[in-house]
Write a protein that binds this ligand. Structure first.
Ligand SMILES: [Fe+2]
Length: 247
């Protein structure tokens, strides 16, 4: 499996605090059945001021350590980018990291605030889509506005956004409301992929495998495969496919 949302890179956001913890998370990803992780540290101006340079440096450090340790895990990198006007600036400057590409569409892991969908998000998304950037909205089931009414995310779905639900959400780790919201979003057919959003090995550990088991029981093979295999592979091509590790 491919996991395209993980804060595994050491010391550059609120994920792995050092290399030892990053290696522990890498082992947890392997135990979770993942063969390729796309590391997605936050880019959140004023909070986590990451750039392609800071991310690539942390990535290189981790890749070398994973090789030294003999851990069978491929690591690529992109970012989880906070929605805001800076996104357009980064796109213009060529500093926006993408998860992958599908035809002309470049996939951007886009984070909304937890409390609401800000006014103007639809305009930001429309601007991105005009430039062939397709947002993959990170964990909409944890947004309080969407929890109150899943239809609030529909305008972004209608614009072409893909939705990524967090594995822990379907397992109830973010509460019953997030779990129920994840179910509602999947029921609507709006969710394209599950990812772990891993930050630690204790709380917020990688849990795609148990989430896949939950999906199989609740929805059956077709949905479980789409959300854990074909969906992530499509979102991450050719970033992952280039190295022959897809699916
Ligand atoms: Fe995240």
């Amino acid at each position: 499996m491919i996991d395209f949302h993980s804060h595994i890179l050491p010391g550059i956001d609120d994920g792995a605090r050092d290399l030892a913890e990053a290696l522990a998370i890498a082992r947890a990803h392997v135990a979770d059945g993942t063969r390729c992780v796309v590391a997605t540290p936050h880019i959140y101006p004023g909070v986590f001021d990451n750039t392609p340079a800071t991310i690539a440096a942390a990535h290189a450090t981790l890749v070398a350590a994973i090789a030294d340790e003999g851990i069978a895990l491929e690591i690529q990198w992109a970012a989880e980018v906070r929605a805001g006007a800076d996104v357009i600036d980064m796109l213009a400057q060529g500093t926006l990291p993408f998860l992958g590409q599908d035809g002309p569409w470049r996939h951007l892991l886009l984070e909304l605030p937890d409390h609401q969908i800000p006014v103007g998000t639809d305009k930001l998304v429309a601007m991105l889509m005009r430039q062939h950037v397709k947002p993959v909205i990170a964990h909409p089931e944890r947004n309080k506005g969407v929890m109150a009414d899943v239809q609030k995310i529909k305008p972004l779905v209608d614009l072409g956004c893909l939705l990524q639900v967090t594995a822990g959400s379907v397992l109830g780790e973010f509460g019953s409301r997030a779990q129920h919201t994840a179910e509602q979003l999947i029921d609507q057919g709006w969710v394209h992929a599950l990812a772990s959003d891993a930050h630690r090995t204790t709380t917020r550990a990688p849990k795609i495998k148990p989430a896949r088991t939950w999906l199989l029981a609740r929805y059956g093979n077709t949905v479980a495969d789409a959300l854990t295999l074909s969906g992530p592979a499509r979102i991450c091509q050719p970033l992952v496919g280039q190295s022959g590790m897809a699916a």
